[in-house]
Design a protein around this ligand. Structure first.
Ligand code: SF4
Length: 546
């Protein structure tokens, strides 16, 4: 039995502004998946649902987990604030489903539940600023090139749209809102009304009404929506109002109107319209004249017009442009990790030269504590790069939330008895996608000088057998070594045992959940019982958290 995906927009945050369907959908779910802050906002609606809450920028893993759980038969609520289909999770959930070949007829059922988007909730607090044509633009350039965002701001500013700016600023993105203001000032009066609404309908709601020239003098942050008026927007009694145009035809301060109801749709009473106040007969004459001109001047195709325009702008011939397009295929950044081997930590000159060649002037390489080099190379042909690297003996691995094996150098191969087991594990599991990156430390003797006990899984070869450590926590004030769970594991059992542990964690771990957290949550992995390894010492409260 397949389950159901409920992709819910719960509005600004207060229950009064949440749709009835959003509330019932949350209550009928087996599992709630969302950004931690959002889960906190709907806490009072929850009963015994399983909660999977992760941090910002974990949207993809949330969508993947939701699809996986729905495929297992659960009713899964994926929650977004505002509207799930406006910078929310709805699109991403569909994209993940499409990647898996989902169709409505055969796959899990999907219901997208609309909510009140920030532009609407913020506008209601400002007065009525988006009464006329408007648009929303996100200033976040994490996923969208800034060049494109800039183009959209310019176009919207030129076209006199009321503009709602989402994600205007964050700790790291501070220039984007300044750039947006600069562009808007090229097209709009500095006195254009602007509304800044932070945390609409939440506890810390804050509203400022200002103008385009002065907007940056106020606090703008991650939770602010910036509403920029158009050329008609006015300020009245600290409210932003954008007239829709009724005053062109109606007298708003009297009940007596100049035009009778039957006169209001006559062409002559709408000189601003496409027909420019001309009656049907005049329009027919204009049409005939236009057709006559068209028959004399042959029309160019849109491709011909585009090529002509490009050649004028670039001052080059069409042939050259075509050639350039053919020779410049789409380039993206190819990321991967390379190493010289499980036990081998030495590089040959040829390998170093090959690295320099494939990385070139535009790429980067970074040596990591895990004895890998991470490469980031702009290329349209990643397969050429992988071929070259493999030809000189590099082992290639993907980056991200994957299984990584970090072995010692086995005293430069002198303590080599356990190398075959490390190589087998590497061959079977390296690069395997997991809920969170997972490092396995494999050391060739009890000295454990490469710190295997400080990895997610530590394996130490001692007196012809293996000791196993699980769930080290390497950072934070409660950092601790892995829990020693077994000693004297027979060599012919170690690979299978690690495979079982990894499979269990892959299948049952929550997205972004490190192994130590998983071990603590479930209490037992493959029969090994969790023991709290957190150091029992009094620590002064840290100013920056754990
Ligand atoms: S852990 Fe043991 S085998 Fe490995 S490098 Fe250190 S001393 Fe050598």
């Amino acid at each position: 039995m397949l389950g159901k995906l409920l992709v819910i927009g719960f509005g600004p945050g207060s229950f009064d502004h949440m749709t009835n369907r959003a509330q019932t959908a949350i209550q009928e779910s087996d599992c709630i998946i969302g950004y931690k802050t959002y889960v906190d906002l709907i806490q009072d609606l929850l009963s015994d649902q399983e909660i999977i809450s992760t941090g910002m920028s974990e949207e993809v893993s949330r969508a993947q987990a939701a699809v996986r759980l729905a495929e297992e038969g659960k009713t899964v609520a994926v929650i977004s604030s505002g509207d799930a289909g406006v910078y929310g999770m709805a699109g991403l959930v569909y994209e993940v489903l499409i990647e898996k070949g989902w169709t409505e007829a055969t796959g899990v059922s999907v219901e997208v539940i609309p909510g009140v988007s920030a532009s609407n909730s913020c506008a209601s607090l400002l007065g009525a600023p988006i009464m006329h044509d408007s648009c929303t633009i996100s200033l976040s350039d994490h996923l969208t090139p800034w060049e494109l965002i800039e183009k959209r701001i310019k176009a919207a500013a030129q076209a006199d749209f009321v503009i709602s700016l989402y994600n205007p600023k964050s700790g790291r993105r501070t220039r984007q809102i300044q750039e947006a203001q600069r562009i808007l000032l090229e097209y709009r009066s500095p006195k254009t009304p602007v509304g800044l609404v932070k945390s609409a309908y939440r506890e810390r709601e804050h509203i400022v009404i200002t103008d385009l020239e002065n907007m940056l003098n106020y606090d703008i942050g991650m939770l602010t929506t910036v509403v920029i008026g158009n050329s008609s927007t006015v300020l009245y009694d600290n409210k932003m109002i954008t007239p829709r145009g009724y005053q062109r035809k109606y007298t708003l301060h009297t009940t007596e109107q100049r035009l009778k109801p039957h006169e209001r749709l006559r062409h002559e009473n709408e000189p601003w319209a496409l027909h420019q106040g001309k009656n049907d007969l005049d329009l027919a004459k204009d049409q005939t004249a236009a057709t006559a001109v068209e028959t004399i001047v042959p029309k160019k195709t849109s491709l011909e017009l585009a090529q002509e325009a490009l050649s004028k702008v670039k001052g080059t011939s069409n042939q050259l442009l075509e050639k350039k397009t053919v020779n410049n295929p789409v380039v993206s950044i190819f990321e991967l990790a390379v190493s010289t081997g499980v036990a081998n930590k030495q590089f040959t000159p040829k390998q170093m030269m090959t690295l320099a060649e494939v990385v070139g002037d535009d790429g980067t390489m970074e040596y990591t504590p895990h004895h890998q080099i991470h490469l980031r190379i702009p290329t349209a042909t990643p397969e050429v790069i992988t071929e070259k690297l493999k030809s000189v003996g590099f082992i290639l691995e993907p980056l991200g939330d994957v299984f990584q094996l970090k072995a010692c150098d086995f005293c430069e191969g002198e303590k080599k008895d356990s190398i075959p087991y490390a190589e087998e594990l590497h061959q079977k599991l390296s690069g395997l996608e997991l809920p969170k990156e997972l490092k396995v430390g494999f050391n060739g003797c009890g000295m454990a000088c490469y710190g295997a006990v400080n990895d997610d899984i530590g394996i130490i070869f001692r007196k012809g057998k293996f000791d196993l450590f699980l769930g080290a926590k390497t950072v934070g004030r409660t950092a601790h070594a892995g829990q020693p769970v077994a000693e004297g594991i027979q060599p012919d059992q170690i690979v299978e045992l690690i495979e079982k542990i990894i499979c269990e964690y892959k299948e049952k771990g929550h997205p972004n959940e490190r192994l130590f957290k998983y071990f603590k949550r479930v209490g037992s992995i493959q029969g090994y019982t969790y023991k709290d390894m957190t150091p029992k010492i009094e620590i002064e409260p840290a100013p920056c958290g754990d």
